[in-house]
Design a binder for this molecule. Structure first.
Ligand code: DQA
Length: 146
């Protein structure tokens, strides 16, 4: 069975309560339920983690080599700052899809740059919680399991 690691970055534990005008009212638990449902349908195993700590995310990515077939990541604020997460993805060499709830290009200028996009296979953004489902579908497709 193929294995995918889902990583939610900082403050995504607050989804539902956090700036709902931008991120909506869906909670992280609800997003995870949707992902689990899609994973079950396609018979892949998901491991889902949320962390507010850059180093912890680096460690999680570092452990994926030869253990996971794909990574679905919303690096959240670290998208715009983290050379360390970018390097971890490069070092792991595991197929990675980046997702964002909001369209970072229609927001403040400091969000317009993603350090992660150049090392991800692709990026899906702007569709709210659906970005995650589309991201997982893209991974399944790339892994030939959908
Ligand atoms: C985000 C966009 C980031 O700019 C922001 O820091 C987040 C969430 C998104 O999913 O839209 O925390 O990654």
């Amino acid at each position: 069975m193929k294995k995918i690691l889902v990583i939610h970055g900082p403050n995504l534990n607050l989804l539902g309560k956090r700036e709902p005008q931008i991120y909506g009212k869906t909670t992280l638990a609800q997003i995870n339920q949707g992902l689990e449902k899609l994973a079950r349908k396609n018979k892949v195993k998901l491991t889902i983690k949320q962390s507010n700590h850059e180093g912890e995310i680096v460690d999680l990515i570092g452990k994926t080599k030869n253990k996971y077939d794909g990574i679905l990541i919303n690096p959240a604020a670290y998208t715009h700052t983290s050379v360390a997460i970018r390097d971890a993805i490069l070092a792991a060499g595991v197929l990675t899809v980046e997702v964002h709830l909001s369209n970072i290009y229609s927001r403040e200028e400091f969000r317009h740059k993603s350090l992660i996009s150049p090392v991800a296979k692709g990026t899906i953004l702007g569709f709210g919680p659906k970005s995650y489902l589309l991201g997982l579908e893209a991974l399944l497709d790339l892994m030939n399991v959908s």
